[in-house]
Design a protein around this ligand. Structure first.
Ligand SMILES: Nc1nc2c(ncn2[C@@H]2O[C@H](COP(=O)(O)OP(=O)(O)OP(=O)(O)O)[C@@H](O)[C@H]2O)c(=O)[nH]1
Ligand SMILES: [Mg+2]
Length: 445
């Protein structure tokens, strides 16, 4: 029998063992299908019986849309958020394994192969390839794109490695539910998957000292000088590798907010509010994939939404789009905002603008990067985060006023979506403004 199947078929299995395994798999599938049917029924009942508040999150890739969803859960549906911790551990481990594999791949194609210490670490960390495979399959993540190969990029003036690949998931796969069931916390326990996940955790634990040694090695610093392109969240998880790879690891709220799972298509999140004022109310969020090739799918969700939350990552002013390196990220965001403001289908929705990644904007300006070097119209103004944020806010409010098909409310906030200390107040304000709009829309005011 081929071993190209998942889970792998034991090679030393006799007829009796095979029969028992197939029976166990049939039973697990039957229970899994039953749960799926029950969940679908529950969803349909909810849809039929309750008024829902529909909120659409828009913005370019990496603007922080999915991170905002996590914030809504943290503040308004804490028990739902807590129930998903295990699923996030798998994502975080996958983030870590993929970054280490990316670095190892770079080492094998650059000067790093001359360093005997790096070569030894490379060998010792080779089991992480298997870890990446197991974890990707567990959450049905998309395979890493061609971008993972550190080949020459002709659009760049000098040789630079391609950016580290991200973990992507297609909307609608219900991966969190899948993980809950696979982890065996509910009725279905798939021994093969549980064993594989356990195995992956053991390997990560055994590799943790070597991951730390690799991350701290001078060869890595040299790679950084050559232009190794690691995302902020990659640095965060590599800085915390000893804790994250430990077998007793449970993700903290901060870790989950940093975990990156690129959205493909549109993911729907249903939250039944657990907090006092709106307890029991159903809020439905549509979280879209933000890269350019994903945007065509947005329009079909424009109908019938109560509120639009648009995220503009302010720190993108000196960056280019990953999908088109000729386009400045901030300009793309501004253009996108104008298009969204003009949409007639969204004419009746309330708009919330989040000028996000304030922490990264602050850090860049403090390090001496000049905003006016990238945005000529800012010429002569102070290179300080609060002035830049005010400027962007004014520009975007003006666009909203001039481009909207009719007069409409807009609430704007400066945010840092990974900082729960500041997000509480912003979320309460967003919730209040949405509640007022719902009341108005249902003609109670
Ligand atoms: N430093 C910092 N990081 C942030 C902030 N908001 C989000 N992030 C991080 O930015 C990365 C991208 O955030 P996501 O929420 O996945 O972005 P998205 O808009 O959903 O991106 P797509 O799914 O590709 O459209 C994640 O690693 C987040 O942790 C912020 O305010 N500051
Ligand atoms: Mg997303």
């Amino acid at each position: 029998m081929s071993n190209n199947v998942w889970p792998p078929v034991p090679t030393n299995e006799d007829d009796h063992g095979r029969e028992a395994r197939l029976a166990a798999e049939r039973e697990a599938k039957r229970i899994s299908d039953e749960i799926d049917r029950a969940l679908e029924q529950e969803r349909q009942d909810l849809r039929k019986n309750r008024p829902q508040t529909k909120i659409l999150l828009l913005g370019q890739a990496e603007s922080g849309k999915s991170t905002m969803i996590k914030n809504f859960q943290i503040f308004f549906c804490p028990s739902q958020f807590a129930a998903e911790t295990d699923a996030w551990r798998t994502v975080i481990h996958l983030n870590l394994a993929r970054f280490v594999n990316y670095v190892l791949q770079l080492l094998s194609t650059t000067g790093g192969k001359a360093d005997p210490n790096a070569r030894m670490l490379q060998m010792r960390l080779s089991p992480l390839k298997q870890v990446e495979l197991i974890l990707s399959r567990a959450i049905n993540a998309e395979s890493p794109s061609q971008l993972s190969s550190p080949t020459e990029d002709s659009s760049r003036p000098t040789w630079r490695p391609r950016p580290a690949p991200e973990v992507s998931i297609r909307g609608g796969t219900g991966w969190k539910g899948l993980m809950r069931r696979r982890r065996g916390s509910s009725a279905v326990k798939s021994p093969a998957i549980s064993d594989e996940l356990e195995n992956a955790r053991q390997i990560l634990d055994a590799c943790k000292d070597d991951i730390v040694a690799l991350w701290q090695s001078p060869t890595l610093r040299a790679l950084e000088d050559e232009g190794m392109d690691l995302h902020h969240h990659a640095r965060y998880f590599l800085d915390n590798a000893a804790r994250v790879a430990d077998k007793s690891y449970t993700p903290t709220t901060d870790d989950i907010l940093r975990a990156r799972l690129r959205t493909l298509g549109v993911e729907e999140y249903r939250m039944t509010m657990e907090t006092a004022a709106e307890k029991g109310a159903d809020w439905v969020f549509y979280d879209v994939g933000g890269s350019r090739n994903q945007r065509a799918a947005w329009a079909s969700y424009f109908d019938d939404v109560n509120a639009v939350i648009f995220l503009c990552p302010m720190s993108g002013f000196n960056q280019r789009l990953q999908e088109d390196s000729s386009v400045n990220r901030l300009f793309d965001s501004m253009e996108l905002w104008e298009t969204v403001c003009k949409s007639k289908l969204l004419g009746n929705a309330m708009f919330i603008l989040l000028l996000n990644k304030a922490d990264l904007l602050y850090a860049k300006l403090k390090a001496g990067v000049k905003f006016e070097d990238y945005v000529a119209s800012y010429h002569g103004r102070p290179n300080k985060a609060e002035y830049v944020a005010d400027y962007l806010r004014e520009q975007m409010i003006l666009t909203h006023r001039t481009c909207s098909p009719k007069r409409r409310q807009l609430h704007a906030h400066v945010t840092c979506a990974i900082d729960t200390n500041v997000m509480g107040a912003v979320l309460n304000s967003i919730r209040d403004s949405i509640l007022v709009v719902i009341l108005k829309q249902t003609t109670l005011l």
